[in-house]
Design a protein around this ligand. Structure first.
Ligand SMILES: [Zn+2]
Length: 92
């Protein structure tokens, strides 16, 4: 659930109005993300900072969205980004 004081688990953005709560049935934990970071998650285009930030928030590299076919576990680099996502989550 989104609560007062919730922050984007990826970038730390705390603008509640921009946050979304996403629950995937095949993943260990729901995501709380801003629009831009949700976009990056869906397009497999997280930056290493985003990737490790999500792991630090309790998400698992065994989860579908973060698993080893999409990100190199050692450095968080996206293996097959479907979009290049720039600042502010804009798709370039
Ligand atoms: Zn974010």
């Amino acid at each position: 659930m989104l609560e007062e004081g919730s922050k984007c688990e990826s970038c730390g953005d705390s603008l509640l109005i921009d946050l979304v709560y996403v629950e995937y049935t095949n993943e260990s934990k729901p995501y709380i993300l801003c629009d831009g970071c949700l976009n990056k998650l869906i397009t497999r285009s997280l930056t290493p900072e985003d990737y490790f930030s999500l792991l630090a928030k309790g998400h698992s590299e065994d989860d579908f969205s973060l698993h080893g076919d999409f990100y190199i576990p050692e450095n968080g680099i996206a293996r097959q980004p479907s979009k290049i996502v720039g600042p502010e989550g804009l798709i370039l």
